[in-house]
Design a protein around this ligand. Structure first.
Ligand code: FAD
Length: 262
């Protein structure tokens, strides 16, 4: 199978760099083809801006979604964006690897999403009617592919537990897992998260490395997070609210969108 690893750490000799090498070695040992987008090494341009749309008239007002849709349709995207889209289409599984920075992904990776996820490619696709609301949340260009986050944190696992002060890790990662990965159709695996890594000793490293290897071995067999699919009856259209009879009465927030029965 084909695996794309998108790597967002500025230092190859970092813990993340070491974990990336471990993941890649294990994937290759399993017989998979691996490609890496090492965003800092590539000098990835993070900001979506006018330079992304050279076909735009100099005096035209920039609307990023419109310009991106037009460029996607007319094959006028910049080469760097097109290359990343090709890698995504090639991949059977995509891993986004990053250190948690201010409770989310580093800006360079967010910028990769902003620029690579063109209108017409990952959003703004499919029929909108009283039966469907576009191809999204379980449908879309990446349907049938898997995706997974590999994250390191300075904070302790308890700090990210249900009652931890940082908020539950599943909630922090929800906008990425659900909003960025499930939205265009990926089956999203539970994230690999290594906590409290700043003072990692050798034993800790060995333990984390083995956990990561195991996650690489099960990349194509692990059960995805059972997010509810948009166009399969769970949501009212067009309000996109979960049907009142679904979910436990006290459920609210992100947890509503995971089908606990599955
Ligand atoms: P490194 O600093 O490279 O290494 C960490 C430890 O692993 C070191 O002790 C090192 O000795 C050891 N190590 C490295 N390589 C190896 C190896 N090959 N073998 C054995 N041991 C090794 N944390 C949070 O929890 N929440 C946040 O919101 C958050 N925001 C941040 C924002 C910024 C801007 C920054 C810079 C940090 C933030 N952090 C936060 C902390 C951050 O998540 C961690 O510092 C990061 O995950 C550590 O990963 P690293 O690859 O940079 O580790």
């Amino acid at each position: 199978m084909n695996v794309l690893l998108v790597f967002a750490h500025p230092e190859p000799r970092s813990l993340n760099g070491a974990l990336r090498d471990i993941a890649v070695a294990e994937l290759k040992a399993q017989g998979h083809e691996v490609r890496i987008s090492d965003l800092y090494a590539m000098g990835w341009k993070a900001a979506a801006d006018r330079a992304d749309f050279p076909q735009l008239e100099p005096d035209a007002r920039l609307n990023v979604a419109t310009a991106s849709g037009e460029a996607f349709k007319t094959h006028a995207l910049t080469d760097d964006v097109r290359a990343e889209q090709d890698k995504l289409l090639w991949a059977d599984a995509v891993i986004l690897q990053f250190p948690l920075w201010w409770f989310t992904m580093p800006a360079i990776l967010k910028g990769w999403v902003d620029r690579v996820y063109s209108y017409g490619f990952t959003y703004g696709v499919g029929e909108h009617s009283d039966k469907r609301w576009g191809n999204r949340y379980g449908e879309g260009v990446f349907a049938g592919k898997r995706a997974m986050l590999a994250v390191t944190t300075g904070g302790w696992d308890e700090h990210y537990s249900d009652r931890g002060i940082n908020g539950p890790m599943d909630d922090l990662l929800f906008p990425i897992n659900h909003g960025i990965l499930f939205y265009p159709g990926f089956d999203v695996l539970p994230a690999f998260v290594a906590h409290r890594v700043n003072r990692l000793d050798d034993a800790g490293f060995v333990r984390i490395a083995e956990q990561l290897r195991e996650r690489m071995r099960t990349l194509f067999t692990a059960k995805p997070i059972p997010y509810r699919r948009q166009n399969h009856g769970d949501y009212l259209i067009p309000s996109m609210q979960l049907r009142p009879e679904l979910g436990t009465p006290d459920a609210r927030g992100f947890a509503l969108h995971v089908d606990a029965v599955q």
